[in-house]
Design a protein around this ligand. Structure first.
Ligand SMILES: CC(=O)SCCNC(=O)CCNC(=O)[C@H](O)C(C)(C)COP(=O)(O)OP(=O)(O)OC[C@H]1O[C@@H](n2cnc3c(N)ncnc32)[C@H](O)[C@@H]1OP(=O)(O)O
Ligand SMILES: CC(C)C(=O)C(=O)O
Length: 568
């Protein structure tokens, strides 16, 4: 049960003292060094750790994305990891510009075994860690500060000697004071400096110091303060590549990574889509794409993000959430009316000016940039409005509804959505449109028509054969245009119709092209819409008028519900 007073059980985080912090006014203008730890931290948190086949597929994908540093495992921990590292090296699967990284505890036999796994590697980072946090010192290791430092120094000394004994490999050394963010800052600095001395780190022989938020414990500004504090206080910052390793226990791993890079971190360790211990490691895809949306290329390629997600799901045997930033199945989809309206307008502006900067409302990124299409951008359910309905008709069926007709038709769709409570697909919308407007063939039917004009006369004569309830009737009218002539002829035959509004456009291309005409007419004082399609624009417009008359006659038209106010 939750406590009434949680302060008796949980202590607030103690912030580092850094009143003159610089990081808040900095911007990230170049990407950090990326290191994927999917095959180690990600793997160690899986229900079923990856087998060799999955690890290999993941590794190959990381190479394709452009990772240059990849933590491939903990080879002293398991035969699977050991064999995987061996296979990468022996089968020459590591490109020359890529460095593999492996993790080990600071224990002599594990370090020995780690170097066995790395024999013959061209480039390798040996990453050693021990916990420096006070709770771990007391509870897990039962050591004081000096003993804790000694564990790190002994491991470093051993690693240095093993590196020097194998000069054929280009080695990099990495040390993590595990749980850095909950370690006393002075002590974290003290341990790192002792390790630097044991390794002989210098500007010419840099080492990586990785400052992990092993368990995220505070708001991300605290982590940034700690990293800035560390960078400003550590002896010989030039000898270090400062790396961060955020976890996501409070849900702010991405923010923490961004702020720590602003605070001086050179490098970020994380995983694709944020798999990792508990709530995960920081998500490198989100970090990279966040940079991209600021106009900074991250140096990683997510041009085809969906297959990457599917591959990660296969390897991790865990799903990626449909709302996961930049990649989830639903992140480029708007269901709600006002969002759809704004997106539709933004997309129309973009079509008119495709080279402009991206300014489509509600879409922080162009889906095409990550290999997604515009198809799923708008989907319709009971939360949708006319913008979404007309967007789908336009994009997928080439039907560009005039505004007032779109308002009327969206009520038809809304009724279906409310009744079913389900998503309405574009095919269902098209069917509803066809039923409502295109299938209006009685009581009045247009059989054929003939258009003629006298030489030198601007007027045309339209003669049409129609049936009314199956009975033939002739219509003849003369006017400046075919539609006006048809209207006159209808009036003479007893069908009074006044055209209020008219739109037309062509639909489809080549042999399949046809004209579509939309009329809004007044019949017996009521506004009613009609739509007609035909190869000829004259026939399409006549069919639209006939359709409107039939809708009025059958009272199928919701026009009676549409007041001047709703159409305004
Ligand atoms: C924050 C992180 O993600 S750290 C990485 C964690 N990942 C993993 O642990 C996955 C792989 N690990 C393993 O398979 C195993 O832990 C192994 C094979 C490496 C070691 O297994 P074991 O020898 O059984 O030891 P175990 O992991 O239980 O470690 C416990 C002992 O190691 C000590 N230890 C733990 N971490 C470290 C470390 N980084 N450096 C030195 N000693 C350590 C503990 O204090 C404990 O010592 P004790 O037995 O004297 O009390
Ligand atoms: C080994 C370290 C870097 C780690 O995984 C962590 O602290 O989360």
């Amino acid at each position: 049960m939750m406590l009434k007073d949680p302060s008796i059980k949980y202590r607030p985080f103690v912030a580092v003292d850094l009143p003159d912090r610089q990081w808040p006014s900095r911007r990230i203008e170049t990407p950090p060094q990326w290191c994927s730890v999917d095959l180690r931290d990600g793997n160690q948190s899986l229900i079923d750790p990856m087998d060799a086949e999955r690890k290999q597929r993941f590794f190959d994908m990381l190479l394709k994305i452009g990772f240059k540093e990849i933590e491939v495992g903990f080879p002293s921990a398991s035969q699977t990891d050991f064999d995987f590292v061996r296979s990468l090296i022996e089968e020459d699967k590591i490109p020359d510009d890529v460095t593999i990284q492996v993790l080990t505890q600071a224990r002599p036999h594990l370090i020995e075994r780690t170097f066995e796994a790395l024999k013959g590697a061209k480039n390798a980072i040996v990453h050693v860690y021990n916990a420096t946090d006070p709770v771990f010192r007391r509870v897990v290791f039962n050591v004081d500060k000096a003993q804790c430092t000694q564990i790190a120094v002994d491991a470093t000394t051993q690693i240095r000697a093993l590196m020097e004994a194998a000069p054929e490999t280009h080695w990099t050394f990495q040390y993590s004071p595990e749980l850095f963010t909950t370690t006393e800052m002075d002590f974290a600095k003290e341990v790192v400096e002792a390790v630097m001395a044991a390794y002989g780190a210098s500007a010419e022989k840099k080492m990586i110091v990785n400052l992990p938020a092993t368990v995220e414990a505070a708001t991300p500004n605290n982590y940034a303060d700690q990293v800035e504090w560390f960078c400003r206080h550590v002896k010989d910052r030039e000898a270090l590549i400062v790396s961060v390793h955020p976890h996501n226990d409070r849900g702010t791993g991405v923010a923490a990574a961004e702020l720590t890079v602003m605070a001086g971190a050179d490098r970020v360790e994380g995983t694709l889509f944020g798999n990792g211990e508990r709530t995960g490691n920081v998500d490198l895809v989100t970090l990279a794409m966040n940079l991209y949306t600021q106009g900074v290329h991250p140096g990683l390629d997510f041009s085809n993000i969906t297959p990457i997600m599917r591959e990660v799901e296969y390897c991790n045997q865990l799903p990626v959430h449909p709302r996961h930033p930049y990649v989830g199945d639903l992140v480029f989809t708007a269901f709600s009316g006002s969002h759809q309206d704004a997106i539709k307008k933004g997309m129309a502006e973009r079509r008119a000016n495709p080279e402009a900067v991206w300014e489509v409302p509600y879409l922080p990124i162009d889906p095409l940039d990550v290999g997604r299409s515009y198809e799923a951008v708008i989907r319709v359910n009971s939360q949708s409005g006319k913008g979404g309905v007309s967007y789908l008709l336009e994009q997928e069926h080439g039907i560009e509804l005039p505004r007032r007709l779109a308002m009327e038709f969206s009520q038809v769709v809304q009724e279906v959505a409310d009744r079913t409570g389900k998503e309405i697909t574009s095919q269902m919308i098209y069917q509803a449109f066809a039923d409502e407007y295109l299938a209006q063939e009685a009581p009045l039917a247009l059989i054929n028509h003939r258009l003629s004009s006298e030489p030198d006369s601007p007027r045309v004569v339209l003669e049409a054969a129609i049936t009314v309830d199956g009975k033939p009737q002739s219509v003849r009218g003369e006017a400046n245009g075919p539609l006006a002539a048809f209207i006159k002829g209808l009036a003479a035959a007893g069908h009074d119709v006044e055209v209020i509004d008219y739109h037309e456009h062509s639909r489809g291309q080549g042999a399949d092209a046809e004209a579509i005409a939309y009329v809004e007419v007044r019949i017996d004082g009521e506004a009613v819409f009609g739509v007609g399609t035909d190869e000829s624009i004259t026939s399409a417009s006549m069919k639209a008028v006939v359709g409107a008359i039939n809708r009025r006659a059958s009272s199928a038209a919701p026009a009676a519900n549409v007041t001047a106010e709703t159409l305004a």
